[in-house]
Design a protein around this ligand. Structure first.
Ligand code: IVH
Length: 676
């Protein structure tokens, strides 16, 4: 039966598509679709060609497996072909593989005791190393399995590849095979440096390894942090090797070749599955990428009996981990509000199975990332889920962008509480200004509110706060002061005694200071020290809530950014409401006189750093004194520091000041300056 026109068309379009991706992968080093998708395209084409063999052409991508040799490197014929491995993706498929092995070996009992050498499937580039009388004479890439490229010049730069074997007893001619890979730490460091220097980065460690091996200039390869593990032998002449795979690898190790420390010999399918699981758990800590594990019948005699089918041995199989990257479509983008008010764009996806689970949401990190990746609703994207890490959108497949897509904009108002959203210039993160009013931020804000250095409400722990917020029982800090003894005592796991204690500490917290109260409000950038400065400078709350940005920057330690934050906070009517309620419910403090900052006091224009224990004065008091006289107090010594006020047990700040020749004062000397 002749092939239907539809199949012919599909075959042509698959070939075009695969050629395009081959070019991107091998020549441009710029991958556009995940491996899993590429594999699917290839498989579809292979299936169609199998169905209609008359349509197979010599230039079909299926006819060339593996990398195309580059013109620039010498080609090398592998006397024994470098094979590939069949894959299994499930327990069932593994049982099936084992059953075939047992059958071929004519085991009667199901071969439950059959030993497999189990190893991680390293995600790098395969390499062949030829040792003649123990000396490295040639290194080659796998290429298409039959013809590879000579990369001896580059292999010599990789430290874990011995130029000469150790010890003795090796065959005259020994070809070892293994995987060159780039450890993750090296990969990250390399990319970081490349990014800083405006150079091209690698998409993943595998690409990095493959690309580095095929450099023309070995100096470039030498700069790449490459490593290598050997996992098999090829040609062996003039010598004998042991009769089991595991023993051979051990032997190679004794000759100075590097082998993977995660190798094990396991028994039967059960042993294989146990190994798969344990490596799966360890995967994130190995320090290098793997994409599954490999099981090899350990006995070489059995391997010989089993032989090969096509390009893969019958005695080995790769048990792949679920792909960590998959394609799916963005059906929407929503903004989630975190505990600190940060808005995170989250892509809603057509559900896709990736990294072992079904994923329907993926983070886009922040609005800048979203725009940099140019993710739009309707786009096809690569989603990545590695281990327990939150799934993320990696990139858009622009070629698959439909005509109509919707761009995503930062919302002006918080999707949770409708407060304004702000974003500081140069900052990637946009935030909701709702603060305590916003439910998303409430629990965290409440924890801060009750903390020891803020309102100091003992007995109101994180768990309890989360429950109250969850039940909507506490919507703002004022409602803490409405809790009753009876209500608390009725709660699960809270006895009468602890209910009473909590009520008492809530009551005690009502009497506070303006500084603590300001700190408790959780205004962004207003830490304890800034709250103290504000309280000391203005002396009362209404003055602070009314202060303009220009007024606020006059406060010692308050710069324009902090001033803006304070102003934003008090511009939200909700926040003022909560403050009024708190005061109505009895929260109070002692107002103080506003600080009279000398416009041209003795310390105007001078910057101080305070360190050590001062005699008869706390550091806060000394700070207030300096500020009152027009001086500024900062936390660390620099060339701009005018004076270091040093008390007893002054440490590193003192030595830093000495080193920078900053004038050092004790308290007496400071007070003396004020006399003039
Ligand atoms: S054994 C006949 N062992 O997987 C045996 N291969 O799909 C062939 N690989 O090109 C190879 N880790 O680059 C073997 N522990 C391991 C491996 C491994 C990674 C790669 C290798 C090969 C591909 C086969």
């Amino acid at each position: 039966m002749a092939a239907p026109a539809e199949s012919r068309k599909r075959i042509e379009s698959l070939r075009d598509e695969i050629r395009y991706h081959n070019h991107r992968y091998h020549t441009l080093d710029d991958i556009e679709i995940p491996d899993a998708e590429y594999d699917r395209l290839m498989r579809e084409l292979q299936d169609l060609e199998r169905e209609y063999p008359e349509l197979v052409t010599p230039d079909s991508p299926t006819q060339r497996v593996g990398g195309e040799p580059s013109d620039a490197l010498q080609t090398v014929e592998h006397r024994l072909p470098m094979l590939s491995l069949d894959n299994v993706f499930s327990e069932d498929e593994l049982h099936e593989f084992h059953r075939r092995v047992a059958e071929k070996l004519e085991f009667e009992d199901g071969a439950q005791d059959l030993q497999y050498a189990a190893e991680p499937k390293l995600d790098g580039a395969a390499i062949s190393l030829l040792y003649q009388d123990g000396v490295l004479v040639r290194a080659a890439t796998r290429g298409d399995g039959t013809t590879g490229e000579d990369i001896t010049h580059n292999a010599r730069t990789i430290e874990s590849i011995p130029l000469r074997l150790l010890g003795d007893g090796y065959p005259n001619m020994l070809e070892v095979r293994g995987e060159v890979f780039m450890p993750l730490a090296g990969f990250e460091a390399y990319n970081k440096k490349a990014r800083a220097g405006g150079e091209k980065t690698f998409v993943n460690p595998r690409n990095a390894a493959a690309g580095s091996l095929r450099q023309l200039d070995p100096k470039l390869t030498a700069e790449r942090p490459l490593d290598m593990y050997v996992y098999s032998v090829g040609l062996v002449e003039g010598g004998e090797l042991p009769g089991r795979h595991s023993e051979i690898i051990e032997q190679l190790r004794s000759w100075g070749l590097k082998t993977c420390p995660e190798r094990r010999v396991v028994t039967g399918v059960e042993g294989c599955l146990g190994y798969y699981e344990s490596i799966g758990k360890k995967r994130g800590e190995l320090g290098y990428d793997i994409d599954g594990v490999v099981y090899k019948v350990d006995s070489l005699a059995m391997q010989r009996e089993l032989g090969f089918v096509a390009r893969a041995p019958r005695w080995a199989v790769a048990h792949k981990f679920p792909a960590q990257e998959e394609l799916t479509v963005v059906v929407g983008v929503e903004f989630q509000v975190g505990r600190t008010g940060a808005l995170t764009p989250v892509a809603r996806l057509e559900p896709v199975f990736v990294g072992g689970v079904t994923v329907s949401n993926a983070t886009l990190h922040n609005i800048d990332e979203l725009h940099r990746k140019d993710v739009r609703i309707g786009d096809t994207v690569i989603v990545r889920r590695a281990g327990d890490v939150i799934p993320e959108v990696v990139s858009v497949v622009k070629r698959r962008r439909p005509k109509k897509t919707r761009r995503v904009h930062l919302p002006e108002r918080c999707p949770v509480c409708d407060s304004h959203v702000t974003r500081e210039e140069g900052e990637a993160v946009a935030r909701c200004t709702g603060g305590l009013y916003c439910k998303a931020q409430r629990a965290e804000a409440l924890k801060h509110f009750v903390s020891r250095r803020a309102m100091d409400i003992e007995g109101l722990g994180a768990k309890l706060i989360e429950q109250f917020v969850e039940e909507d029982r506490i919507k703002n800090p004022a409602e803490i002061y409405e809790l009753t003894n009876e209500e608390l005592a009725e709660r699960e796991r809270m006895g009468e005694k602890s209910a009473e204690n909590l009520i008492n500490s809530i009551e005690a917290s009502k009497s506070t200071s303006l500084a603590r109260f300001l700190f408790a409000l959780g205004i962004r950038e207003v830490g304890e020290a800034t709250a103290q400065s504000l309280a000391a400078y203005f002396g009362n709350l209404p003055a602070i809530t009314r202060a303009s940005v220009d007024d606020l920057v006059k406060v010692p330690d308050v710069g324009p950014v902090v001033a803006r934050r304070i102003r934003d906070f008090f511009d939200e009517e909700h926040n003022l409401d909560v403050i009024r309620q708190l005061q109505d419910l009895g929260v109070h403090w002692q107002d103080t006189d506003p600080m009279q900052v000398a416009e041209d006091g003795p310390f105007t224009g001078k910057t101080f750093v305070i360190t050590g224990t001062l005699p008869g004065m706390t550091r806060d008091e000394a700070k207030a004194l300096i500020q009152k006289e027009g001086g500024k107090v900062t936390g660390s010594v620099s060339k701009k520091t005018s004076y270091l006020l040093a008390g007893e047990k002054a440490g590193s700040k003192l030595s830093k000041a000495q080193q920078l020749e900053v004038e050092i004062l004790d308290l007496d000397a400071l007070l003396a300056l004020l006399q003039h």
